[in-house]
Design a protein around this ligand. Structure first.
Ligand code: SF4
Ligand code: SF4
Length: 453
């Protein structure tokens, strides 16, 4: 028995899970495949991603899912919620074709992701409905969360996605029971969603979570959820960013994951690469990982950490181009999980990463648009490109002074009204950030650093 087989046996024994071979035995090659462009044709055995079977819900799902929040845009700028960037339909079609051909069958979108539902729906509609699973959400986070508005959102999703049913429907961005109550219980929306499930218009019901450890059990125990989506990555395993304004207490991927596994609930993972931050770690952090796993990029290390966990149903990655998709597909084809020792090593990398003082922004853009015009994720990206050098302002080490110079150049290259110094501290962004980042304080800090430099 190989190390990989031994690990899988160990992981899945007793959990009632079976490790599938190539995806969806039932998928087959549709009759009209010959008329479709070459990339659609099912990839040969051995070049499709590994899959796992979830007996309770009767699903076999590829281990990697395509997150549709950061799809390619026509302008080439990064997509995402709130950015309102027109998406590149042709590029999305090509990615969806490649994904399905290589065994990716889970596609995650949301009404809150701009054009994503419409564009994803168009791309998927070119394929047999049985060859993919759609996940979308009730994103009733802004405005009045009435029953009518919730129903309308669901019906619009069906229309956008050109389907009669949603495979995985999530109550989007739940932070605590009080918020869930306002958005789903008091208005009767949750009862209505359960009815839709009985009618077969929703196949599996779950929620995505952005709150504290303390608030999690009550939500999980409230209903017999089919699955739950959590933020999980090696940096957040022990502790995520601190709460703002006392809104949340401590949160850790480890607690959320263990709680779900203890209840036998499949875990959907979002932000395995922290919005791309773990793909672009500092040189020092990258070097430590490279020494241990010369064949793995920083992003591949992050994805392998998540994919190695037995309770994880699908690892979602918000991919923005074909190169990322191909790299990720290759990683999950003949997937080689980390063992306990390797996972422990990644936690030491997490400590090193955190010592660099990065702002834990995932570039989701939920906080946008800022009424004062600040490009919030843009400023954080610029800061993170030199966080270690900015933490050590007194150091005259050449690499750090070079980094500070590069930081200033990038900062000034932003439009004047979009820079951190345009922040008027209105706090409008604070409750919108699922990472609970103290945005105005960080803007003030960046402004101060720029002034000093
Ligand atoms: S606090 Fe600053 S960054 Fe946040 S919304 Fe207000 S002006 Fe924009
Ligand atoms: S600051 Fe928060 S809400 Fe805004 S992009 Fe970053 S993680 Fe998302």
């Amino acid at each position: 028995m190989t190390r990989r087989e031994a690990l899988k046996g160990l992981f899945f024994a007793g959990m009632g899970l079976a490790v599938g071979g190539p995806l969806l035995q039932s998928m087959g090659t549709p009759a009209h495949a010959a008329t479709l462009p070459a990339p659609w044709k099912e990839a040969p055995e051995g070049s499709r991603i590994d899959a796992r079977t979830w007996d309770k819900m009767g699903e076999t799902l590829g281990m990697l899912g395509l997150g549709c929040m950061r799809l390619p845009t026509r302008s080439g700028a990064s997509g995402g919620f709130g950015r309102h960037q027109p998406l590149d339909q042709e590029a999305v079609n090509a990615m969806v074709d490649y994904a399905i051909a290589h065994g990716v069958n889970y596609f995650d979108t949301a009404p809150a992701y701009g054009e994503s539902e419409v564009v994803t729906g168009k791309a998927l509609s070119r394929h047999p409905r049985s060859s993919f699973r759609i996940a979308t959400k009730i994103s009733n986070m802004n405005g009045r969360p009435t029953l009518e508005a919730g129903k309308q959102m669901f019906e619009t999703s069906l229309k956008n996605l050109q389907t009669e049913y949603i495979d995985f429907l999530l109550c989007h961005n739940i932070q605590n029971m009080a918020g869930f109550k306002t958005r789903f219980l008091d208005n009767g929306l949750f009862e209505w969603l359960k009815e839709q499930k009985t009618k077969g218009r929703i196949r599996h019901l779950g929620f995505s979570y952005h709150g504290s450890n303390a608030d999690f059990p009550a939500l999980v125990d409230f209903y017999d959820w089919d699955f739950v989506q959590i933020q999980l990555n090696y940096v957040d395993w022990k502790e995520m960013s601190a709460g703002w304004g006392g809104n949340t207490g401590a949160t850790s991927s480890e607690f959320l994951y263990n709680y779900l596994v203890g209840k036998g609930i499949p875990v959907l993972v979002m932000e395995p690469v922290k919005g791309g931050a773990l793909a672009n770690v500092s040189d020092g952090v990258a070097a430590v990982m490279r020494e241990r796993h010369p064949d793995l990029t920083p992003a591949a290390n992050a994805l392998t950490f998540v994919g190695s966990l037995p309770g994880v149903m699908v690892t979602l990655s918000g991919m923005s181009n074909m190169a990322q998709l191909m790299e990720n597909v290759s990683l999950f084809t003949g997937f080689k999980p980390f063992d306990e020792q390797e996972r422990a090593f990644m936690l030491t990398v997490a400590d090193l990463y955190k010592s660099k003082g990065q702002i834990p922004c995932t570039a989701c853009a939920y906080c946008m648009p800022c009424p004062a015009g600040v490009d919030i994720p843009g400023n954080f990206k610029v800061f993170n490109s030199a966080s270690d050098a900015l933490l050590a302002l007194d150091s005259d080490r050449k690499d750090l002074t070079d980094k500070r110079k590069a930081f200033l150049k990038l900062y000034n290259a932003q439009e004047a009204g979009a820079r951190a110094d345009a922040c008027v501290k209105c706090n409008a962004c604070l409750p919108k950030c699922p990472q609970h980042i103290s945005i105005p304080q960080h803007m003030e800090r960046i402004r101060g650093l720029v002034a000093k430099l």
